[in-house]
Design a protein. Structure first.
Length: 180
């Protein structure tokens, strides 16, 4: 038996080993190995130089059978400071797990790190935890409303406004400044 969760197949996909088996169904994988496979694919998306994955969410759509799977990932919201990546794990029957990830420019992280140098490890963990809680609290309601608005007929207007407000446009800054 292989000691790996997955082996590559000849078509660019992966074949799950018995090590991925979950406790609920003998024919299905535990969610951890497919999530790891998606995370790997997210980190391999081109254009990540100078960025770090900061957050990943997974939506498990169906049980993932032990067998062949394919993973795909792409940048869907390019930007200078942050990027959104969407990834998918599927098999011959369709999509099984969706993932969304945010990449943040490491220079933003390094600037914040410089301000935290004097903190002890436990103080740093407390600041990181508090920061994550504040960000999640601030973004929860707008995210829910954006998802609702996106389903409406004029949802593209909201998406354009968010792209503008959060500088998620893929044009470079000189093009923005010149009004192109």
């Amino acid at each position: 038996m292989s000691e790996a969760f997955y082996e590559r197949d000849g078509d660019g996909g992966f074949v799950a080993s018995e090590l991925t088996r979950g406790p609920w169904d003998p024919g299905s994988q535990h969610a951890g190995p497919p999530a790891g496979l998606l995370g790997r694919e997210i980190e391999l998306v081109p254009g990540g130089e100078g960025f770090q994955v900061a957050r990943v969410t997974f939506e498990i759509l169906k049980p993932v059978p032990i067998g062949p799977v394919r993973v795909e990932a792409e940048v869907v919201r390019p930007g200078r400071s942050v990027q959104m990546i969407e990834a998918s794990l599927s098999n011959g029957e369709g999509e099984l797990i969706k993932a969304r990830a945010w990449r943040i420019r490491t220079s933003e992280l390094e600037r914040a790190e410089g301000r935290l140098e004097s903190l002890s490890p436990s103080e740093r963990r407390a600041v990181e935890s508090l920061t994550a809680q504040i960000v999640n609290k601030l973004l929860h309601a707008p995210t829910v409303r954006m998802k609702q608005a996106a389903a409406a007929a004029d949802g593209v207007l909201y998406a354009d406004a968010v792209r503008h407000l959060f500088d998620l446009d893929d044009r470079d800054s000189s093009a923005r400044q010149s009004g192109e």
